[in-house]
Write a protein that binds this ligand. Sequence first.
Ligand code: ATP
Length: 537
Amino acid sequence: AAQTMEQLVSLCKRRGFIFPGSAVYGGLQGTYDYGPLGVELKNNLKLAWWRANVWEREDMEGIDAAILMNKLTWRYSGHEETFVDPMVDCKNCKMRWRADQISGKCPNCASTELTEPRPFNLMFKTQIGPVPDPESFSYLRPETAQGIFVNFKHVLDSTSRKLPFGIAQIGKAFRNEITPRNFIFRVREFEQMEIEFFVRPGEDEAWHKKWVEDRINWWLSVGLSRQNLEPYHQKPEELAHYAKATVDLLYRFPHGLEELEGIANRTDYDLGSHSKDQGALGLKARVSPNSHSTDKLTYFDPETKQHVVPFVIEPSAGVDRGVLALLSEAYAEEQVKPAPAERLKPVEEALATFLKSVSRNEKIPAQAKEALLAEGERIAQAVGERLPSIAGLLSMPGAESIEVAKKLRGQVDPVVDEFYRTVLHFKPHLAPIKVAVLPLKKNNPEIVSTAKGIRRKLQSTGSMRVVYDDTGAIGKLYRRQDEIGTPFCITVDFDTLGEGQDTALKNTVTVRHRDSMAQERVAISELETYLREKMQS
Ligand code: ATP
């Protein structure tokens, strides 16, 4: 797993998983763009969730509701009034912070002179329509859940579902976070995968428990390990006002143990809040009187012949936090063979010179300098094990302004190439690219056309992303695919053409496995079946 966030940030940028948003204009804090590999990884994660929670269950429907909703939604959901974080200002450097995320001290300048916390609403307000009427506004949704609640009746009527059943949705959500940080962990625009699972009152506690188990198992199925995943039962005083009980699934991210998903028992609060005739519904939750809703969000129970307002269990996961967890879990820097001391020595010296130069440099801002030195020290303590991390170190803010950085890179690159690899051990179904087809010689037309033909054929099965790559020597190409988590590489060589020593190898290729680096010979005609089988794991 990754030891530091820098390792992931650097790899993500270098290889095209995730870029800082709007970079050519100096960026926009709290936004990130998914690159060519990031979009594949994210799509695979969402697809795995949708498969498990919609297709493979018999009690679920999916929807995709609008991001913009009538502003009354946010009044009756309680967000206008209560979707706030406590904000403090530093009187010294004027930075703003979320009071519950700092411990009485400004993280920027260490001053303890802070204002009293005041509530700050996290919703983005936006004008609707061309007329500048002060009433024509709404908010970008801060969660996808409300789109499900207001569609409860539509889904019920159009599908004739019986309780218990759920509605699932994946989509964007926006929060004007006071201090976005920790890469894609806390951002202002993100995606959620949410389920609202409707049950009979009284059956809610058992279903809540079941959902916590199901969700843990699902995260394990995408490759997170049990020891990095921790269910946390919120204490009564921590519960949101609508929740009867909440279990957070915490994940050991590089920056600490933090929430990946929340699973709440929201009782009949939401459906009750958005209903008309609330007084006649026998609600258990305390809701604000609703004078605008045009419908009763109830379920007619055919057994008891009564209208009931179902209770709701809500498993709500962040897609971006999921992607971060997958990357972190999958990340490894491995020694392919031991590097001899005489090759490490010059690297150690160049690293020491680099760090000295960083600590003397007065142009690097204090925070960036501190981060650089901390990461540098971590690597310096065991260069032999952590050498590949130097690439990350050199791409951190401030590093580029150091003259001796180039020298350090020059020392590191050849040693890394020869003795190390960085690898992402993704489960195959999540890997952005499943197979890379590589020609042993890119100037041999027959090898190239055979390789391209294999790529086309595998791609045409429609079940996996397959790429062709001839931009380097074979060893380098393997390392590059390791680094982006491609589980299989296929190499076409002279044996494939029947021009090698062993003519029995004609029409076979080498399949190289990412994790074990083992190689096997497989007939081209059997490749598809072979890969499909291996991909299951
Ligand atoms: P936190 O306490 O970390 O701010 P939260 O408890 O407010 O999170 P929920 O309202 O429960 O979060 O949202 C459900 C899920 O949405 C979270 O578990 C998280 O995965 C994701 N999420 C919430 N806020 C953000 C954000 N700013 N950036 C990325 N993901 C987020």
